[in-house]
Design a protein around this ligand. Structure first.
Ligand SMILES: *Cc1c(COP(=O)(O)O)cnc(C)c1O
Length: 393
């Protein structure tokens, strides 16, 4: 009997999941850079448009993109994965596919900047209201739910201060209210956290981050079970066109092959760098999901199997944070994350610059905070670079 890929270990899923070889037997996944497909007969076209198997048009599906979707679904343990052109198109489709005018959304208040824009500026145009809550406060989630609440949205760990939410507990609150729980799982990565297994209905990724992990392409994904995936997303994906390019799908497929190796090495490096940062006299506070002094360490122990590669730390003032960034010799000043190259950024003046100061203060984001995404360089070189820059801060 053929092996069931769902019984494979993670590493095997990442290298062989979703592989659909052409009759040539290529080893590296084929790149089907084609917009449309030819049919053997008018009857065959008729059958395909009636919903039969086979591809029709790149906006609806593509063999390379499907390999990426199947591989990521296998990794996540999801029934279905749909790829999108970016993480933001994944978040946008994930929310709007579940919401309509008159509905209400509850979201953790510490969110990636563009996610906040969609919720605060875009959804209200279509009659969807949002209540933001302190995502670490379960009572606040319960109190925010209304009869018309349809979606709860969590980013955990959240950007940039790595606040962690108890996913299972919020899933119970969502389901008791007849709402769906959507989790943006970028910071945890599919290696270290499985929101669907914890009770979430939908998981979204920016594949731009760890899944590419080598600074090349944008991509995103929405994962979940049937029939929700088809009911909520099939038509919106088909007709609004956030399709992932087959070329980018191919790059991301190759990224998945090494995802586990890279994320584990980044995490080893991050835990060493976090210790260097935390033990330096210049640092007021260090937050890393792999350290026992993380404010939600007990929840992390329940729902994450690794600390990830992002470290946040407070140097007390914007001047000190800038001196730190400007003194780095190996680590880049850049706002991406999950890359092979380590990078650090000052959230207040970059990723979170459009967030009003009052809201920044609500999430504790003052001017001294730096966020660092730890990469694949040697841990000794990184530790030395960071210590030297902290001395200069
Ligand atoms: C980067 C990011 C996004 C957006 O992804 P893009 O691929 O840049 O569109 C969404 N959520 C989180 C948590 C992110 O880090």
């Amino acid at each position: 009997m053929a092996e069931d890929p769902r019984d494979w270990e993670v590493e095997t899923r990442l290298v062989r999941g979703g592989l659909a070889r052409s009759p040539y037997g290529e080893i590296s996944e084929a790149l089907y850079l084609t917009q449309s497909f030819a049919y053997d007969s008018a009857e065959a076209a008729d059958a395909r448009f009636a919903g039969g198997p086979g591809f029709i048009y790149q906006r609806f599906g593509n063999p390379t993109t499907q390999m990426f979707e199947d591989r990521l679904a296998l990794l996540e343990g999801a029934e279905v994965c749909r790829a999108t052109a970016s993480g933001m198109s994944a978040v946008h489709v994930a929310l709007t596919g579940l919401l309509r005018a008159g509905d209400h959304l509850v979201a953790g208040r510490a969110l990636f900047g563009s996610c906040r824009w969609i919720i605060s500026e875009w959804l209200p145009r279509f009659g969807v209201e949002t209540t933001y809550v302190d995502a670490t406060d379960l009572e606040a989630w319960k109190n925010a739910v209304r009869p018309n609440t349809k979606v709860l949205l969590i980013e955990s760990p959240a950007n940039p201060l790595l606040e962690v939410t108890a996913i299972g507990a919020v899933a119970e609150i969502a389901h008791a209210a007849g709402a769906k729980l959507v989790v943006d799982n970028v910071f945890a990565t599919p290696i270290f956290q499985k929101p669907l297994a914890l009770g979430a209905d939908i998981v979204v990724y920016s594949a731009t981050k760890h899944i590419d992990g080598q600074g090349r392409v944008l991509g995103g994904a929405i994962l979940g079970a049937e029939p929700l995936m088809t009911e909520a997303y099939k038509d919106i994906l088909r007709h609004t066109g956030p399709a992932l390019s087959p070329f980018n799908s191919w790059v991301l497929l190759k990224g998945l092959e090494t995802l586990e190796l890279r994320v584990r090495k980044q995490t080893d490096n991050a835990s060493r760098v976090a210790d260097v940062i935390a033990s330096h006299g210049k640092t007021r506070q260090t937050i890393y999901c792999g350290r026992p002094d993380h404010p939600q360490a007990a929840i992390i122990a329940n729902q994450m199997t690794g600390g990830g590669n992002v470290v946040a730390f407070d140097l007390g003032s914007r001047e000190a944070a800038f001196r730190f960034l400007n003194a780095l010799q190996i680590v880049d000043i850049s706002n991406n994350l999950g890359d092979a190259k380590s990078m650090a950024t000052h959230p207040c003046t970059t990723t979170h610059r459009s967030m009003p100061e009052a809201e920044r203060l609500e999430i504790g984001l003052t001017e001294g905070w730096v966020r660092m995404s730890v990469g694949l360089e040697g841990a000794g070189d990184l530790s030395r670079d960071v210590s030297r820059a902290l001395d200069a801060a």
